[in-house]
Design a protein around this ligand. Structure first.
Ligand code: PLP
Length: 399
C-alpha cells in the first residue's frame, strides 16, 4: 500500500487535461467532436527558433546547464525585458526554468510556510491555487464574476489582505478570462498594495503579446514602478513563440527571491534543457514580426465565434481582450430541457450536452467559477466557426 502525502492529496490532476483526454478518446472512437479544450498555440514554433536548436545540438550543447539558466538565454531575456517592456534587470535577477509553471512552483516553495495565504482571483489558471497548496500555503480565492469583467476590484483586495498574506497573484491578460487590466484598474490595485509592503506580487504576463483590437499591453510594473522590488515577473516562451513543448519560462524579480528559487530548482530538476534554452535565446533575440499574422488569426477566430455566441440568450460572454480563450457563463442553460427529454441541471450537464452536440470545452469549475465553460480558439477558424454554429443550434433546440 502506498501512503500518499497530504501535499499531493491537496492537489489534483488538471481538469483541462482530463477534458482533453476524454475528447481524444471520443474522437478515436470516431465521434464527430470539435476540440476546443486546448491551451496551447496551434502554430508551429517559428523556423529560425527550430534552426537555433539544431545548431545548438550540432555544436555539442547537450550537457548540464547552470541551474539559473544559460548566460546567453538570461541575456536574451534581459534584452527582451529592456526592449519590449522597458524594464531593466541585472542578470542575477533573472532565472530560467522548465516553463513558467516551474517558476511559479519555485517561488511558492521558496517563500511559503504552513498556513501562509496567497490571494488568487477567480477565475484562475488552476496551477496558481494548486501550487500554493502543494507548498503548504492557503489559496484565498476572490471571486471575480462576469459583472466585474473577471477582474479583481481594489476593495476586494483590501478586504482580503491579512497579516498572513504573502502573495497576490495577478495574471494579465488572464487565462481563462482573456481580460486585460487597464492602467486605471492597475493603478487602483497598486494603491491598495502600497498599504501592505510585506505582500509580494506574482505578475504572470505570459499572454502579454496576444492582444486584440490594437491593444497595447499595460503592466503593473509601468503604472507602479515603486512596487518593482516586490514583484516577481513570470514570463516564458510557450505562448508568444508557440514553444509549449520546449518547456522554457523565466522569472525576473528581487535577487534574494530569485536566488532562493534557484535553490529549489537545484533540488528538483537542475537547469532546463540546453537545446531548449538555445532555441529560446533565439526566440527572445529574434523580434516579434512573425507574431502579427498569428495575432490576426486569433482575432479573426475570436470575432467569428463571438458573432455566433453573442446573440444567444442562454449564454453570456464578454469579448476577450487577448489570450486565446472565450469564457462563457451558462446559467441560462440550467433548467432547460434537451430534445431527448433530459433536463440540464448543472454545469457538467451543460458540458455533456455540448459534447453530445459535437463541441468540447472545459468546465468553469476547473477555473474556480461555475456555471461557466471555457472554449479555446487555438485551432483553425473553420473549426472555431463550426463550433459556434453547433453551440447556437444546441441552444436553439432546447425547451
Ligand atoms: C496563465 C498561465 N501561466 C503560466 C502557464 C504555463 O506556461 P509554461 O508552458 O511556460 O509552463 C500557462 C499555461 O497554460 C498559463 O495559462
Amino acid at each position: 500500500m502506498v501512503t500518499l502525502s497530504k501535499r499531493v492529496q491537496s492537489v489534483s490532476l488538471s481538469a483541462n487535461a482530463a477534458a482533453r483526454q476524454l475528447t481524444r478518446q471520443l474522437k478515436e472512437q470516431g465521434v464527430d467532436i470539435l476540440d476546443l479544450t486546448t491551451g496551447e498555440p496551434d502554430f508551429d514554433t517559428p523556423s529560425h527558433i527550430r534552426q537555433a536548436a539544431v545548431a545548438a545540438m550540432e555544436a555539442g550543447e547537450t550537457r548540464y546547464t547552470p541551474t539559473n539558466g544559460t548566460a546567453p538565454l538570461r541575456k536574451a531575456v534581459q534584452a527582451k525585458l529592456h526592449n519590449e517592456n522597458r524594464l531593466d534587470y541585472e542578470l542575477g535577477q533573472i532565472c530560467i526554468a522548465n516553463g513558467a509553471k516551474q517558476i511559479i512552483f519555485n517561488a511558492f516553495a521558496a517563500t511559503l510556510n504552513e498556513g501562509d495565504e496567497v490571494i488568487v482571483p477567480v477565475p484562475y489558471w488552476p496551477t496558481f491555487p494548486d501550487s500554493v497548496r502543494f507548498n503548504g500555503g492557503e489559496a484565498v480565492l476572490l471571486t471575480c464574476p462576469l459583472e466585474q469583467h473577471y477582474k479583481l476590484q481594489p476593495q476586494q483586495l483590501a478586504q482580503a489582505i491579512t497579516t498572513k498574506t504573502r502573495w497576490l497573484v495577478l495574471n494579465n491578460p488572464g487565462n481563462p478570462s482573456g481580460m486585460a487590466y487597464s492602467a486605471e484598474e492597475l493603478t487602483a490595485l497598486a494603491t491598495v498594495l502600497r498599504d501592505h509592503p510585506d505582500v509580494l506580487i506574482m505578475l504572470d504576463e505570459l499572454y502579454e503579446h496576444i492582444l486584440f483590437d490594437g491593444r497595447e499591453h499595460v503592466s503593473l510594473m509601468h503604472v507602479a514602478p515603486d512596487l518593482v522590488d516586490r514583484i516577481l515577473l513570470v514570463g516564458g516562451a510557450s505562448k508568444t513563440y508557440a514553444m509549449t513543448g520546449w518547456r522554457i519560462g523565466f522569472g525576473a524579480g528581487p535577487k534574494a527571491l530569485i536566488d532562493a528559487m534557484v535553490v529549489v530548482q537545484s533540488q528538483n530538476s537542475s537547469g532546463a534543457s540546453a537545446i531548449s534554452q538555445a532555441a529560446a535565446a533565439a526566440a527572445f533575440n529574434g523580434g516579434l514580426d512573425f507574431l502579427t499574422p498569428q495575432r490576426e488569426a486569433y482575432q479573426d477566430r475570436r470575432d467569428a465565434i463571438m458573432a455566433l455566441l453573442k446573440p444567444l440568450a442562454e449564454i453570456e460572454v464578454l469579448n476577450p481582450d487577448g489570450a486565446f480563450f472565450i469564457f462563457c457563463r451558462c446559467a441560462g442553460l440550467l433548467g432547460k430541457t434537451r430534445p431527448d427529454g433530459q433536463k440540464i441541471e448543472s454545469e457538467q450537464d451543460v458540458l455533456n450536452y455540448l459534447l453530445e452536440s459535437g463541441v468540447s470545452g472545459v468546465a468553469g469549475s476547473a477555473y474556480g467559477l461555475s456555471p461557466y465553460f471555457r472554449l479555446s480558439i487555438a485551432t483553425d477558424i473553420d473549426t472555431v466557426r463550426e463550433a459556434g454554429r453547433r453551440i447556437a443550434h444546441a441552444c436553439a433546440v432546447l425547451k
